[in-house]
Design a protein around this ligand. Sequence first.
Ligand code: FES
Ligand SMILES: [Fe+2]
Length: 387
Amino acid sequence: MYINFWYPIIRSEDLGAGKPEKSMVLGLNFVAFRDSQGKAHVLSDTCTHRGASLGGAWELGDKPRIIDDCIVCPYHGWEFGPDGECRNIPSIGYGKKVPPRAKVDAYPVQEKYGIVFAFLGDLPERDRPPLLNVEEYDTEGWRANSILVLDVDYYYERSIENGLDPAHNEFVHPTHGLKAVNRDTYHVREYDVLDHPQGWGMWFVHRFNAPGLTDPTWKSVDTSSRAPGELFAGSGTHGPNMMVTEINVGSGNRFRQYFFEQPVDQRRTRIFFLNMRNFMLGAEHDGPIHARNKVIAKQDIEILVDVYPPRTPTSNIREVLTPSDKAVVSYREWLAKFDERGWRIDWDEFSQRNGKDTGFAIPGPARRISGNWVLEPVPLLKNRSSR
Ligand code: FES
Ligand SMILES: [Fe+2]
């Protein structure tokens, strides 16, 4: 897991006015809330007074939790602005000067594609890797399904690698045609791995058989321009936690599927899934497409919950990789580049000390400008490139 990338925090539709929402990302809690203009903000969830959860304690009653665009701690009422600075400490009197250490980390936010994203790291704006760009979004001739949220019990890197794996389709997804595997001729065709155009990951295109895609859900798909049951698809990565898959079903009809992954901890991931399409544009297709995507996701989940070890191995010789795993290897090479920048969380040290007497936070950009922070920054691995 890495700091210094954009992470999905919550679906836009799940973040209402007046109600902060808490989520766990990279093993730590964050709180998201909207100000009076409706703008979303994301802060570290731990109150630096005595550790209460800014987004917690909802059973307590009906006290306002957002006042003057500040989030109010439910324990003693300290008020923190969108920049993480404490504005009021009721016990010393409203409007009185607050100690400089009374602040929490605040993170840059972008709300796009129906998702609130936060940049979880301390890089100044000019050095930040960008958010994955969905170029078709809001363009003529394309339709977006609403964001599908999938909570899965496995590590996000295993999830991304599964999306880059052209050898699993015929075995995991009956709809893609296990019955059609011909033992005399079947093999995964060779493919080349390129850089993703946005420059923070890899991209590849391959050809495979998917006779099941002629089932009734896809009856309006024109398959005339390809061999029966044959499909072109490409997949790529952006940063450690974002993936895009393009499926060409013939005659220019395309799906582009975006997976914005939220690593919750070492065993859990929340996937924010955006499905774009340039055919079957009517709203009546949204429901069946969601339903079908859920079926396919369930098939992958069935495999991935049991993959061992849960984290991707630190060396490729710990697995027997074949040419079809080329894309997975390339993804791991990209992760090694992020390691070299010193952005990987030292999970072993973190998990040893976290939840005992030390509170951690992902350092926000303000830590590069000022000192006096209460929570320890999450430990990072220095120059680790042993993959
Ligand atoms: S713990 Fe938040 S105000 Fe005391
Ligand atoms: Fe799959």
